[in-house]
Design a protein around this ligand. Sequence first.
Ligand code: PMP
Length: 395
Amino acid sequence: MFSILKPLPTDPILGLMAAYRQDTNPNKIDLGVGVYKDELGNTPVLKAVKKAEAFRLENETSKSYIGLAGDLGFCSKIEQQLLGEHRALLANRVRTAQAPGGTGALRVAAEFIVRCNPNATVWVTTPTWANHISLFEAAGLTVKEYPYYDYENKGLLFDEMVETLKQVPKGDIVLLHACCHNPSGMDLNLEQWEIVADIAADVGFTPLVDIAYQGFGTGLDDDAAGLRLLADKVDELIICSSCSKNFGLYRERIGACSIISDTSAVADIANSVLLSVVRSIYSMPPAHGAAIVDTILGSNELTALWHEELAEMRDRINGLRSLIVDALNTETDQDFSFIKHQHGMFSFLGINKEQIERLQKEFGIYIVGSSRVNVAGISKANIDYFSKAVAEVLK
Ligand code: PMP
């Protein structure tokens, strides 16, 4: 049976990681992989996480199953982090299932959508995180794209986006990135969120908000402001969140799929379907990541420490954005100021394939083929080398 299989190409980012590891250039820089890095190029365990883990080691009393929805303390704290004091929460219209990472949450959402409407199309931004397309298609859903990033002017194609969204059939799903758009870093402002929310309410599509970088853009509440605005205007909403980046818990695989329904009674029904989806995929989620987040968010002291560490990561990223603009604008004759107006870890440099290849071969600077760079891979130690190398390939 297996002999009919054809080999598939490896994921380009994983291939890039392998090539980077083998490169012996002492000045090499990895700007490919989407993980936060500190000034030394490390992705350390947060202090708040270490403390929560120590507490858990002492206090965990059982390894028995935690139930289909996962850790209920985690679920309710995440709902609050996402929605604040939103009336959907106060009216008991929100249900959450803990999931294995943001990816697991998206796959649960995809299967949930299939149960609601197997003929639904999921509309995603052009471009989007590549795995969005694969995972919705893997669940049997059709994926279509709507205009989003303006490669020419390094901004948003907002008018084109609006025109397409107005044509989306009722019952379809529109995926929106809450903040720190991956791969472009280009986010909607609040006025634009409001317009999108009005269209969703008018047209009757269901928004699915992917929030994988809450706290990495401008702040925990600011980064969820668009999502909350959407929840003001539509009755039904799906939210897929991830604690990989903001808690630095990547390999613990912790995220959540939250469903907002019109009424509490519908929410109960939706929840029963959500849990049945979970049961048929992985039965129950892993406990550790959720316990860490629950412990941190359940303690004023650990929450304060985590807020500090999150702000440190965010400030470093935003500081690097300014540093990169200054360095590239000095070394090259192009204007890279757009990088300052974007958010999160990613931006497109806007250079071509040949220039990307030269950066890798001649300078050991690793960037994915779309020219998306992970801003956090830059440091004060390598910014000069990086900007001179970019200037060289742009000549
Ligand atoms: N959504 C987006 C937009 C992402 O960039 C990522 C991670 N790269 C995820 C979801 C999933 O994150 P994870 O599964 O690692 O929690």
